[in-house]
Every structure is written in C-alpha cells, then in structure tokens.
Design a protein around this ligand. Structure first.
Ligand SMILES: [Zn+2]
Length: 421
C-alpha cells in the first residue's frame, strides 16, 4: 500500500513539474522535407514537444522568436570534451602529464557547457584521451541537472595497440600514461571491451591506423594498428553486447580493415578507397568526416615537420566528394577538443558545403543522420511532437548562408532554455 501511494505521489508531482510553454518561430526549417515554414508554434510540455498547432491560446507563456529560424538542436557525433586542443604533440603531452584528472574533468564540464551554448544539444564524445572514465561522470552530472551540457553518448577510454598511441618517445624506463587503453591480441581486446562497457561506455572507439604518408599515386597510406583478427574480436564483442564501434581510420588500410571488421562508423576517413566506399554504402556504415580539424591542425603540424597534414587537406576534400557520389551515409562530426573549445564546431558546416554538400544535407548530417547513427531517431534530430524539445535558432536562413549556424542565439534542451536572443 505504502509503495502504491508513493508511486501516485511521484506521478502527481511529475505532472505538476511539467510546465507548458510555447515557442513562436518566425521561420522553422523542417529538416526532413528541407522546407522553410513560416510562423510556426511549438508547444513544449516538460521536456518534450507535445504539439505543433496552427495557433496557441494566449494563456500559455510564449517564447517569441519572430526574426529567427528554428531548427532541431544540433548533434556533433565526434567530440572530446576532456581534450583542450592538441595541435602539437607537446600540447597533448602536457594535458596527460601535468594536469590532474580532477582538473581535466573541471575543464571537461566547461567544454560540455560550451558545446550546448554553440547549439549542440547532443554529442557523441569519442574518448577521454587518458582521462579514464571521466566522460561517464560528466554525462551523469548533465543528466542529473548538476551542470549544463548536451545529451551525451560516451566512449570512455578507446583502444589501441602497444606502441601506437601517445604518449610515445619517452625513455623506456620512464612509465608514462597513454591516451587509450592498450590491448594486444583478440582476447585482451575482448576483455577491454567488456571492461569499458561495464564502466559505462556507450560506444567502443578504436584507433585503426597511424603514421600517414602520401604515396606517389596520391593515395594516403598508413600503418594499420590492429590485426584484422583483433578488430573483428572488438566488433564482435561490442555488437554481442548491443554496443556500436567507432573507428578512427584516416587512410587506406585503417579504413579497409575497419570496414571488413564491420564497424559502425568511420571517423576522419581522409582517404577511403573506392571499393571501401561501395561497401560502406551497401552496409550503411557511417562516414564522419571531421573536415575542419584537419585544416586547423595542418599548419601547426607542418611547422613541427609533418607536411603530410597540409597534403591531406586536398585528399580529404576529394574523399568527401567521392563519398557523397557513392551514396555513403554521412554524419556531422568535428573532433572538437582536437581544436580549442573556444572555436565554434559549427565551423565544420561551411567546409562541408565548400566541398560539394548542399546546405540542407549538411544540416541533415547534424540532425536526422546523426540521430540515426546514435540510435536516437525516436527522440532527437527533428522537431516533431513526442520528441525532446531540443530546439535552436539562428538569425538568418541557413539554407542561404550556412555560416549562420555559427551564430546560434537560442538554445533549448529538454524544454529548458539555455540561451536566448
Ligand atoms: Zn577524435
């Protein structure tokens, strides 16, 4: 009896807390149809959109955005909230060697807050770069309302093999931390997948290649990290536990092995062979191109002696064009954290358009497609009754000028307003 009374009370207080508000969008971009609609009203009840009526009663509190274009909260499917930019190896090493995990987590909460203010109401955070499971804590603090931030799916520690991932180059007798969990052999890999999932990983992230070089025929070659057996064990174990695998694969062999092993997304993909693009399209493997970060780090890395990063810009743009032509599914991702969080990750949009994508498709990559990659099509990625009230607005028409997405001036996540004009 007591139990039942408690349940009833909770339900009642739940209803009491579910406030109703309305948003008036001067313009609304329906990302599914690609159409701009004018003077649209959204009814927000609690954390969801409950209706999109022709008009609203005057008694409902109204958020009036007459000059704005509303669109669904943006989704960045490749971030690192626990990384604060790493143009050079030194910049990366300092974060792992000199910053404590608590300090990195404090900075991570700031990154998450910034992501939300830029209009990214959902992110897939693809590994902590040595900060262990701190991403699961940031996610928890956001979900419990302790700190502001986007909805998160997290990958925790990521996997790589011995000798492949920074920190490298220290004296053998000096133990140093690494940005990933090191595994060798299918059994160790399988165990690490189990461990990461048990500690809260939504995704398993693998680093499938390293050491890039441009061949005389223009193909970006690499050293694959895992053997195919190791990669297959990781994918099999993750899928067996109903989790997906994201593969950092920038070049020829890394991408090929990842596709063969059956990963769910190819991250970066600066070079992808035509045959692998075909397989990706046929199997529905997502491509998350992260164009902006390559251009951002290129100059600094070239100055440090790695000119290949400059050559990779054109190779990457060409791959992005070929992927579109091949009908590969593309999701928006930026590698934010790989560049400074003071920079709006929406800088990615103009590059996608520059390299041949229609503005509406770039926006779809960051909304409906990204939601599909995350398995969250039922809750985010479009403005529809029944979905979370994750709504952003920009002062202009993003179909006409995509860079207006760098000027998000209204952010609502789960019915709560975090920014308004
Ligand atoms: Zn990354």
């Amino acid at each position: 009896m007591l139990k039942r009374a408690f349940v009833v009370l909770c339900l009642l207080s739940g209803f009491a807390a579910a406030q109703t508000t309305a948003i008036h969008c001067g313009t609304l971009l329906d990302v599914k149809s690609g159409q701009l609609q004018h003077n649209v009203y959204l009814i927000v009840e609690g954390e969801k959109i409950s209706a999109i009526p022709a008009a609203v009663p005057g008694t409902v509190p109204l958020i009036d955005l007459p000059n704005e274009t509303c669109l669904p909260g943006l989704i960045d499917t490749h971030t690192h909230v626990l990384l604060q930019g790493d143009i050079t190896a030194e910049g990366y090493d300092v974060q792992l060697l000199k910053w404590s995990l608590p300090y990195r987590t404090i900075l991570g909460t700031r990154s998450a807050h910034r992501a939300l203010e830029y209009g990214f109401t959902t992110i897939r955070d693809l590994e902590t770069e040595g900060a262990m499971y701190a991403d699961t804590d940031i996610k928890k603090a956001i979900n419990e309302g302790v700190i502001p931030g986007p909805r998160m799916q997290v990958a925790t520690r990521a996997l790589d093999v011995t000798g492949a991932y920074p920190l490298q180059g220290y004296a053998p007798e000096v133990p140093v931390p690494h940005g990933t969990q090191t595994v060798d052999g299918p059994d160790e890999a399988r165990k690490a997948v189990r461990e990461q999932i048990s500690h809260g990983a939504d995704w398993i992230k693998v680093y499938s290649d390293r050491s890039y070089f441009v061949r005389p025929d223009g193909v970006l070659d690499d050293i694959p990290t895992f053997t195919l057996d190791e990669l297959r064990a990781i994918v099999d174990e993750a899928h067996r536990e109903h989790h997906k695998v994201a593969s950092h694969a920038a070049a020829l062999n890394g991408v090929h092995n990842s596709v063969e092993a059956g990963v769910d997304s190819i991250e970066h993909g600066m070079y992808i062979a035509p045959e692998d693009l075909k397989t990706m399209a046929a199997r529905g493997i997502y491509y998350v191109p992260t164009l902006y970060v390559g251009e951002y780090v290129a100059e600094g890395r070239a100055k440090a002696g790695a000119k290949v990063w400059v050559d990779m810009i054109n190779i990457h743009a060409d791959t992005f064009r070929r992927a579109q032509a091949a009908g590969v599914k593309i999701a928006f991702g930026t590698d934010a954290g790989g560049f400074d969080w003071k920079i709006d990750p929406a800088m990615e949009f103009p590059l996608m358009v520059k390299y041949g994508m229609k503005p509406i498709d770039a926006i779809r990559a960051a909304t409906v497609n990204a939601a599909d990659l995350l398995g969250w099509s039922d809750r985010v990625g479009s403005i529809e009754a029944g979905k979370y009230a994750d709504v952003v607005a920009v002062p202009g028409d993003p179909l006409n000028d995509i860079s207006v997405l760098e000027k998000v001036n209204f952010v609502m996540k789960g019915g709560q307003v975090y920014k308004r004009p």
